[in-house]
Design a protein around this ligand. Structure first.
Ligand code: GN1
Ligand code: MG
Length: 372
């Protein structure tokens, strides 16, 4: 098996000796560089997930890995107490030969290593409502598992990550700086954002007024951050814990809908294919409320539909801001990639705005169904 010298150096640092049987790059994330590496350890197949951490995005790797270690250990304990299987339901951090949770390579890049949970799969797009309901159950359960996690002990790995007021300010700065010189290519998209400034402060204001509770949240609840059991299709393990931070439950709900209930992918060039699937919205809402509903306040439930719109708007703003900044944050495959991506998000926002009443009806029906 031919692996790059860089990866070989990392495997060596983790004491993973000998030739791996196979190694593949895993696509799907926009931030890190991820590999699955399979070994045969004394006749037993053992797989690892080896990841080069994007330290442009996560500037404090120590703080990041401290969170990841603490959260994964906490989850494993609770899952064990609840009679679950921590080996399959929680990520496990592996340590270098020097006992560190990450390895800084000779070229300065930082790597980490998790156990690869076999017998599971990730999904990049929803094709049936039942899977999305399972996704909702999984993220709802995850939120409940972390309900008593000591919130103050978490490092803020990306400050103001979902603070849409500061995201809006970042967007305006990117527009004004226009480092890439491409702002003129996105006049319509820019005014789409600027005309929605008021939306950006809605949840932040409710939080400031104490009308929404601060919780430990995942903050990156994309569908492909769930591992589904190959046999049962249940979402059994939540991954990508880099942004577990204090936040709003609505950020997690809204981001899941933004990604999974979109009838097109984030990269779709034909925006006429973009819409909010009410069927998928209903499925996720039902799944999520079935596991997390009892722990939510009435205000949190009330704002579920709005959160989907806000998270799509935020994500679009971030893609467009990165386009203005010269594609420094998100991995891109072509020069227009971030522009294409922001258009799908804005088309979704526009569609959600038209479907808001129907989404509210769905939430109210679920609320009655679960007596919330
Ligand atoms: C990034 O790493 P990934 O692909 O799961 C981003 C999210 C965005 C998402 C858009 C740390 O998530 O915030 O919503 O891309 N993660 C970070 O697809 O910025
Ligand atoms: Mg991810």
């Amino acid at each position: 098996m031919n692996i790059s010298p860089a990866l070989a150096e990392v495997l060596g640092a983790y004491g993973l000796k000998g030739e791996p049987e196979s190694c593949s790059k895993l696509d799907g994330g926009h931030i890190h560089e991820t590999y699955r590496v399979d070994f045969n350890e004394n006749g037993k197949p053992v797989s690892y997930l080896v990841q080069c951490v994007n330290t442009y995005v996560f500037k404090d790797i120590e703080g990041l890995m401290q969170n990841v270690v603490n959260v994964t250990e906490y989850l494993a304990d609770i899952i064990k107490q609840n009679g679950g299987n921590p080996e399959r339901e929680a990520l496990k951090v592996h340590y270098t030969k020097d006992g560190k949770s990450y390895y800084t390579a000779g070229d300065g890049r930082c790597w980490r290593c998790y156990g690869y949970i076999t017998g599971t799969h990730a999904i990049q797009a929803i094709t049936d409502a039942e899977s999305f309901k399972n996704a909702g159950r999984a993220f709802g359960r995850f939120q409940c598992l972390l309900a008593d996690y000591p919130i103050a002990s978490l490092n803020e790995t990306i400050p103001n990550f979902h603070n849409t007021v500061s995201r809006f300010a970042d967007f305006k700065k990117a527009l004004a700086d226009n480092k890439s010189g491409r702002a003129g290519n996105a006049v319509k998209e820019t005014s789409f954002v600027l005309s929605r400034e008021k939306d950006c402060s809605v949840l932040v204001d409710l939080l400031d007024k104490g009308e929404l509770p601060l919780r430990v949240t995942h903050n990156d609840t994309k569908l492909n951050n769930i591992l589904f059991d190959d046999e049962t299709d249940e979402g059994i393990c939540i991954v990508d814990l880099d942004t577990v931070m204090p936040g709003l439950s609505l950020y997690d709900f809204g981001d899941s809908i933004r990604f999974g209930a979109n009838t097109a992918s984030e990269d779709e060039k034909d925006v006429s294919k973009v819409s909010l699937s009410l069927e998928y919205f209903e499925a996720y809402t039902r799944g999520y409320l079935s596991t997390a509903g009892k722990s939510l306040t009435a205000k949190e439930i009330e704002y579920l539909p709005f959160s989907a719109k806000l998270m799509a708007l935020e994500c679009g703003m971030r893609f467009l801001g990165d386009y203005f900044n010269g594609d420094v944050y998100f991995h891109t495959d072509c020069p227009e990639h971030n522009l294409v991506r922001c258009r799908t998000q804005f088309a979704l926002v526009a569609d959600i705005e038209m479907k808001m009443k129907k989404m509210q009806d769905i939430v109210n029906a679920c609320r009655r169904e679960f007596s919330l």
